[in-house]
Write a protein that binds this ligand. Sequence first.
Ligand SMILES: [Zn+2]
Length: 521
Amino acid sequence: MSLAKSYCVSLLGLAGTLIEIEAEISSNLPSFVLVGLPDASLSEAKDRVRAAAHNSGLPLPGRRVTVNLSPASVPKRGSAFDLAIAIGIMAANGRVRPESVSEWIHIGELGLDGAVRGVPGVLPSVLAAKRAGWLKAIVPIANLAEACLVDGVEVLGAETLAQVAHFHGAENPASDLQAFNGSEVSAEPVSQVNLDLADVIGQDEAVEALTLAAAGGHHMLMVGPPGAGKTMLAERLPSILPDLSVEAAIETTALHSISGSKVHEVSGALLTRPPYEAPHHTASMVSLVGGGLGMPKPGLISLANHGVLFLDEAPEFQRPVLEAMRQPLESGEVLINRSAGIARFPARFQLLMAANPCPCGNFAGKGRACVCAPAARLAYLGKLSGPLLDRIDIRLRLQPANSAQIALARLGATQLGRTSAEIRARVEAARKSSSRRLAGTPWTINAQVPGAYLRRQLKAKAGVTAALDNAVDRGLISMRGYDRCLRLAWTSADLDGRSQLVAEDIAKAVLLRGGDGVTSW
Ligand SMILES: [Zn+2]
């Protein structure tokens, strides 16, 4: 046999294409040719494959080896094809059984010593293979746990090329491939496990606002001086969000798999809790939104998919970076253009922003401690105005907890009924009512519902919105502001277990919504 086939997967974004690898051995002078649009990193596969095969005791034949990756039009990047190329050549060479090789998807990078190394994106690759009808995969042992998250696919983990060759019938001494036994996975990813809202002293209004944000999926802005607890509150938002659905968990885990993120590497498990990402304000566009050279990688806004993205000191972020958030906030995904095509990364995150009230941070109360010029103060928060702010339903002013609250908290008095577990239960119940009310629409949480639908289909009883209608008539709030109030009011009703709006819901919404522009508060 001088011609054999093996199979791998090429990823662009979360989408994968099955790649057929044909290996042919002819009697010409020894050489190694790789065709079918490989990028530079893949071209280096030749050297890795040759050395790995040699060091596994199964050297490549001293003849001409041609490897063709098809379809040729699909770009192929990175080192994940090494294993499939090596085993394909061995099949063509008659060292292993070709019919066994071509039954399996092979994913993995080869070390020069013949070790099979982990690669990013194994979970989405195995998902893509399954969609294409392939139900058997051999992956690096380092990626075995994530590959096994895909239901209905038989997965084996390889430590060395020699093992894989042995599995396919080579008569070399090697241990067996490993099936997954669950021991490598820690039950819960490490992030945010121990943060609880019970730790927050005072700030009852902020906790209430955070509860509404969680229940309705509302984006939120907190403005307050340093020490008011903005970061502490933000870090605890995931603790009151419901678990991810299986679908959401797989999508988010796949994004973490492609990026090779730490959370994913540490656990290898399915991310069942909402992720939390808090980029520094110096973060680059690529690290935030995604992209990069070679195979595009998801940015932090995609790693926060179905979770929380917290921008601390939001006005300090570069304007283009803030602007780049708009499209994903609208569509729930990031598109990265490449000559080869468009990579799509989901980015359905809940945005939480924090800002100091002014550049020096001390403009609170009567503002006596502030040293900023009035114009500088306005310009500072003004950086957040415009289309981004339009998406923020909750705008909250925070003050530091006062000494009486701190003293009470030391006595354990203010934290009753306020643990994250208790609030999460309320949030879950509220989300059930909103999805029941929105059944048959494309939306499940209140933050997604457009203004027109709120005003027409979900019309409140006469009189309930009187104060709000009045304010619009007198030009005190804009129509957008009006819609934001209605959205928040419904979340308030959901949290209280009511199926109709009451005037209190509206009042609470008006309070939490803040003004239309940053200058009004
Ligand atoms: Zn100031």
